[in-house]
Write a protein that binds this ligand. Sequence first.
Ligand SMILES: *[C@@H]1O[C@H](CO)[C@@H](O)[C@H](O)[C@H]1NC(C)=O
Ligand SMILES: *[C@@H]1O[C@H](CO)[C@@H](O)[C@H](O)[C@H]1NC(C)=O
Ligand SMILES: *[C@@H]1O[C@H](CO)[C@@H](O)[C@H](O)[C@H]1NC(C)=O
Length: 653
Amino acid sequence: MKQEYLGMVLPITISSIWWWSCLIRGVDASPQINLLNKGCSQYNATNLLDFYTNLNATFSDLKTQLNKNSTHFATAQQARGSDPVYAMVQCRNYLSAADCAACFAAAVSQIRNCSAANGARVIYDGCFLRYESAGFFDQTTLPGNVGICGNITASQATAFSAAAGKLLVDLQLATPKINGFFAATKNEVVSSGSGNETVYGVAQCAETVSKTGCQDCLNVAYANIQSCLPDTDGRAVDAGCFLRYSSTSFFPDNQTMNIASFLKTGGNSRKKAIIIGVVVGGVGLLILIVGVFLYFKLSRKPEAARRGDILGATELQGPMNYKYKDLKSATKNFSEENKLGEGGFGDVYRGTLNNGKIVAVKKLAILQSDRAKANFVNEVKLISNVHHRNLIRLLGCCSKGPELLLIYEYMANNSLDRFIFGPKRGSLNWKQLNDIILGTARGLAYLHEEFHVCIIHRDIKTSNILLDDSFQPKIADFGLARLLPDDQTHLSTRFAGTLGYTAPEYAIHGQLSEKVDTYSYGVVVLEIISGQKSSEIKSDAMGEFLLEKAWKLYENGKHVELVDPNLDPNEYKPEDVKKIIEIALMCTQPSAAQRPTMSEVIVLLKSTSSLENRALTRPVFVDSDKRVKGDTSTSTASSTSNATVSVSQVSGR
Ligand SMILES: *[C@@H]1O[C@H](CO)[C@@H](O)[C@H](O)[C@H]1NC(C)=O
Ligand SMILES: *[C@@H]1O[C@H](CO)[C@@H](O)[C@H](O)[C@H]1NC(C)=O
Ligand SMILES: *[C@@H]1O[C@H](CO)[C@@H](O)[C@H](O)[C@H]1NC(C)=O
């Protein structure tokens, strides 16, 4: 789907009208609030109260920072509830604290005109303000970057272009090296004509970008502003930087900086070449400017040419809406032969769309109240924005029909359980299993720690881990537990959490944290290694559940014996397997606090050192006579309430 900010304004005429009035008023004491660029995301926040609460708190935080420190740059974020807000403000450093505050106030009032848009920006000459639903503070150049030119040609075009060209090259080179990424300077126009003309320029990068990020952004800005010459003024706007020149002074004279010292030690050879060229001067300079101009014209990235586009790409995209009748025919009326499986949230069917694309269609078995439907659309929007190679892509949904349907990418190899316990048992080699263990951890770490909303899966199990064509794992069904009303989630294992995989504090007390997934992950790893189902008692194992068995073997230092005898012992090193089993046991420790986060699990899996010194606490086992056999459709709600499950910690070592 094409993202476009609605209400894009590039008021070149407005700015030049302002420009003339400004000339009359004088420039020194002004917040410089002529609008250069504005955009509102076309997607609205999902929960308006959360959103406005976060937005207001963020803006007031920015305001406080500007006031208190009389700084020119601030970022803030608020992530309460469903609609996080990340915001950034930057004033040009030559503005006084009062002008900066005035520019910020104007920007806030302007940006609020975007109503509930979940991302927006306003760029003035004096400052810019932007917010998004996800972090963007390190962004530099984005599609939508643009040059904004004046409409008056300099009277001494050649001399002016030469002077302005040198000024811009200097600013472009020096600014990334200057602390705070801001430079304001001027250059005399050398001409045969009468009168001294001067060209003024500023460059600025967001203070949160890297030096190279600042450089990259200014390179693009320079390319954009070049085409304004020989106009008397020009500006280039982008997500992470700003560049402006004018024949009229637009900053107080005492703010002029001498940037020569930042130009001496050129970095790479191209920069050096430019500096040397500039020093040569005269004809050489003109040739150089034409050359640089051509260089950027020719090498301009295609997206840089998409003028007036987005300049802030992080807003959520909408999911695709599918028609019920198309999905019905794609799945042959949800026929039994097209059924891929039955999950906790509903049955899944294979569907072939009109364009030949194969998808997986999930029929959601949840209540269809109006509230549930509204919630559904919001959650689907959220889930469809989760992009990670170890997570199944949600392609779209269908909420207008007798059932709520979700459309996912199709995985021909189906789910991991078939390769571990099912018909294809033994067909994956050690390396493939190892990749699945690591990939699953990566997918979970993304959901917990990297996506802008922490998504707890709550139902990690081998049948929810699908395998792509090259047997890389892709976690399915994430985010769906969020569709359930808050008070229902832990009561039914059919919906959230499956017996044998569920962390004790969640199964019994409903205490939810991302460590609930860590626990289930640990169980899955033990299943992968052993080829034994967690909920199944093997006849050869003295009536022990997998977790108990693994623990006892570990205590006796014999945990290598847990490995599935079908695995070729030549494929793995015993110490590697031992380490993975120890990590799995660490994940299934009784106290959630003792379990590692998923990013820690990744570090442990990838490290080559052993875990010898880690003290593990024995897992909690549900008392053996109250065990419920592994029937995943049985609700633990009844077992927890009727049979008062007693939790005993088997005596430690
Ligand atoms: C946010 O601030 C605006 C403007 O000050 C105000 O109208 C609105 O009620 C506030 N909303 C919340 C949720 O605080
Ligand atoms: C907000 O939009 C309304 C209607 O389009 C307009 O009249 C008003 O001036 C705008 N406010 C700002 C601060 O731009
Ligand atoms: C620059 O000049 C203005 C008056 O024009 C003055 O208020 C300000 O303090 C000066 N700033 C510096 C850094 O000298």
